[in-house]
Write a protein that binds this ligand. Structure first.
Ligand code: ATP
Ligand code: MG
Length: 410
């Protein structure tokens, strides 16, 4: 099939809108249309990404689905084209390769504008051949709601210190829409109407994209719907990330994926209560809190979470309940499921980057005990630095993994 990228051959000013588009939504479309109009762009080329190096932890929906949804969403705008160039190119996807291909197709005079969300522009220094990229194309940062503009500007100073960069900021109407939220809504069977074009919604339903991949669907839907009400959107997304990561780990380590999924979903089910509610619920459900937890009440959520999972979410399996109960402190001799939830919580793909995360990610699928050891050590160091009292369960856990795997860990 002829790629629509070729239609840009004679254009003087074009824009590229790259993204996972898993799925494409009105946030993307409004951003592209706003930039087109403001900068007098002749064509906006939507390029669903192939294998982005930064999103390799989450299994994205099939390339063809993402491509076709992008085609459906853009079909009624004569200024929008879609290209398969990235999904058809083998290996990891780097923007520099795409822009260079585009340069070859267009004339030397063609101006290229790369549209990206403010969140992504922060990471630009980590992109492959950034210096070259900044020379051959202009950047447009569209700001998303809730984004801290001051820190964005400061970050850009870092980039501009080292490179000459042509950067324009454009505000797009405050759309708090994200693909992550849409996928989570589908899982929880919550409407996605008006967040994305009807055609894309129908496509998602027809091919049953983003559904819970297990039997016993009503039970998972029940849990997800309840969580969607009690958790903040951010926590809900984190929860889905942990559940997904736990499933991947469970497959690798040969334990029940259903149990991993439920424990992952529910691990933070008590985290969005304030102190007063937490204490009230602990007393209602007879959750005993020691002195350290009473002083550092955020630690209570795992213990209360296990109680809520049993009483309100009707989980009877003690392995799952223990994985929830010990997911914050850890403990000596954790079961496989406990280790998996403990680790999944720290490495799930929505977690903002922190130094050390790569070490845990690397070991999680190779030597889970080593991953637990590294994670415990990092957590204890981090909390000590913050002058918090370390819970004895964590100290016992650290000693246990240190001693037990001494040789292996060296
Ligand atoms: P995910 O939730 O999976 O990260 P997303 O909604 O951020 O998905 P991407 O495919 O990652 O979508 O985004 C493609 C580009 O569109 C990125 O540059 C991103 O920053 C930008 N973008 C995403 N959502 C919006 C929005 N609501 N408004 C403006 N720009 C957006
Ligand atoms: Mg994104």
């Amino acid at each position: 099939m002829r790629d629509e990228i070729l239609d840009l051959k004679d254009c003087g000013k074009i824009a590229v809108m790259g993204g996972t588009f898993d799925p494409i939504h009105y946030g993307h479309l409004v951003a592209a249309e706003t930039v087109r109009h403001r900068l007098g762009i002749e064509k906006v080329l939507f390029i669903p990404t192939g294998r982005p190096p930064h999103k390799n932890n989450r299994s994205v929906e099939h390339d063809e689905h993402r491509y076709l949804m992008t085609v459906l969403a853009t079909a009624n705008n004569p200024y929008f084209n879609v290209s398969r160039i990235e999904i058809d190119r083998p290996g990891l996807t780097y923007t520099i390769d795409t822009i260079q291909s585009l340069k070859k197709i267009c004339s030397d005079e063609t101006e290229i504008f790369f549209i990206t969300g403010a969140d992504a522009i922060n990471e630009i220094l980590t992109w492959k051949k950034v210096g070259e990229l900044l020379k051959i194309c202009n950047f447009v940062a569209v700001t998303r709601p809730g984004y801290d503009k001051i820190s964005l500007m400061n970050n850009m100073k870092n980039v501009q210190k080292n490179y000459e960069m042509n950067l324009t900021f454009i505000e797009v109407p405050a759309l708090a829409i994200s693909s992550t939220d849409i996928r989570n809504r589908v899982i929880a069977e919550i409407p996605i109407k008006y967040l994305l074009p009807d055609e894309v919604e129908q496509y998602i339903m027809k091919f049953e994209l983003y559904k819970t991949p297990f039997e016993n669907k009503p039970f998972f839907t029940f849990i997800n719907q309840k969580l969607h009400i009690v958790l903040t959107p951010k926590r809900f997304a984190h929860t889905q990330g942990v559940a997904g990561e736990a499933v991947n780990l469970a497959k690798v380590w040969g334990i029940s994926v259903e149990k991993a999924y439920i424990a992952g979903l529910l691990h933070d089910c008590a985290k969005d209560f304030n102190e007063e509610e937490t204490l009230r619920l602990c007393s209602e459900y007879d959750v005993e809190l020691d002195e350290i937890i009473k002083r550092q009440i955020y630690l209570a959520h795992s213990f209360l979470g296990a109680a809520l999972a049993e009483k309100e979410y009707l989980v009877t399996d003690s392995e799952i309940l223990n994985a929830i109960k010990y997911h914050t402190t850890g403990r000596a001799q954790m079961s496989f499921l406990e280790k998996i939830i403990y680790i999944a919580d720290m490495i799930e793909p929505n977690r903002p980057f922190y130094s050390g995360i790569d070490d845990i990610r690397k070991e999680a699928y190779k030597n889970i005990d080593k991953a637990v050891y590294i994670a415990l050590k990092q957590t204890i160091d981090f909390n000590t630095e913050k002058n918090r009292t370390i819970h004895p369960l964590s100290i016992l856990a650290l000693n246990y993994y240190e001693n037990h795997f001494k040789e292996e860990l060296l």
